[in-house]
Design a protein around this ligand. Structure first.
Ligand SMILES: Cc1cc2nc3c(=O)[nH]c(=O)nc-3n(C[C@H](O)[C@H](O)[C@H](O)COP(=O)(O)OP(=O)(O)OC[C@H]3O[C@@H](n4cnc5c(N)ncnc54)[C@H](O)[C@@H]3O)c2cc1C
Length: 269
């Protein structure tokens, strides 16, 4: 923070992007400031506050759940729209953030802008096939989270582009979902393993399965073998998941815990 010379609080995305892409101001975006305040590079000279941008709304659009990047965890947790969509899973995940103090400040945009092992929303977005709207000097793009992360360094959220909204697709609103942050305490940011589990049943059979895994690497991943196994032989999902976690060296405890949590989810379908 010691080299900060300017403070800017633009009220339009266009003005914010102009500042971000100006060589003169060397700006970096801050939303809630909970993460970046500790990690602001010394090269940054302008603190670009996103608070006044019109990117905070939460709405339903043709069945899609659209959350503005500036919405805080607390706003998402308390939103009636979020509490009603897909059994309220997005609100429940927001409520799992470590403390009320952080939930009041931290935004969904800041949570997904950079890969981070313990952040909640990357796992949720991956599990629900959500898309992220990234706006840069070259226009607006709707990308999945893996596409957003793969687009670096062309797109570096907060440095040369802004995330304006997250779109959760209408199709996912019918899935049965569960979010699990297996941590020492509810107020821990760190977790042993974070899981987003989802499934859809048709004609008594599971026709769609999602197993998204966080906390083991900065970028969450989908457990493809477990997903395949859930659709096949009854009861094969947990064993396949355990083997998949062992293969990524998650450690025996996590493999056993992950398999047990998945088994419980399947039994609840
Ligand atoms: C004590 C503590 C506990 C925490 N507990 C948890 C927890 O339980 N779960 C969890 O998931 N996280 C947790 N966090 C991490 C952090 O609070 C979250 O990642 C938070 O969502 C970051 O959001 P922010 O709005 O504060 O982002 P900021 O800190 O303002 O910014 C973070 C990064 O995102 C970029 N950015 C922010 N908004 C945008 C945007 N709209 N477009 C482009 N780039 C943007 C910034 O440039 C910066 O690089 C914790 C942090 C602390 C300090």
């Amino acid at each position: 923070m010691k080299n900060i010379r300017y403070y800017a609080c633009p009220s339009s995305v266009k003005d914010a992007l102009a500042l971000l892409n100006s060589r003169k101001y060397k700006a970096m975006a801050l939303a809630g400031g909970t993460l970046v305040a500790k990690t602001l590079p010394d090269t940054v000279e302008t603190y670009l506050d996103l608070k006044a941008l019109p990117i905070k709304g939460i709405k339903l659009q043709g069945g899609n759940l659209v959350i503005g990047a500036g919405a805080t965890f607390d706003e998402i947790d308390r939103s009636k729209v979020c509490r009603a969509w897909a059994g309220g899973i997005v609100a429940k995940a927001a409520a799992a953030c470590s403390s009320q103090l952080v939930r009041n400040m931290a935004t969904i945009g800041g949570n997904i802008a950079r890969p981070h092992s313990f952040n909640i929303f990357p796992v949720v977005l991956l599990g629900l096939d959500a898309k992220v709207r990234a706006v840069s000097g070259k226009g607006s793009e709707l990308l999945s989270l893996p596409e957003l992360y793969a687009a670096s360094p062309r797109l570096r959220p907060g440095a040369n582009c802004l995330i304006t909204e997250v779109v959760f697709p209408a199709a996912a609103s019918k899935w049965k979902c569960e979010f699990v942050k297996l941590a020492k305490t509810d107020s821990s940011w760190e977790s042993y393993i974070t899981l987003f589990l989802a499934a859809e049943k048709r004609g008594g059979r599971v026709s769609k399965a999602r197993v998204a895994v966080g906390a083991l690497s900065p970028r969450p991943f989908l457990a493809a073998e477990a997903e395949k196994a859930i659709l096949g032989a009854a009861g094969a999902g947990p064993a396949a998941f355990s083997a998949e976690l062992e293969a990524v060296r998650a450690g025996e405890y996590r493999a056993a815990a992950g398999a047990a949590l998945l088994g419980r989810f399947i039994a609840s379908l």
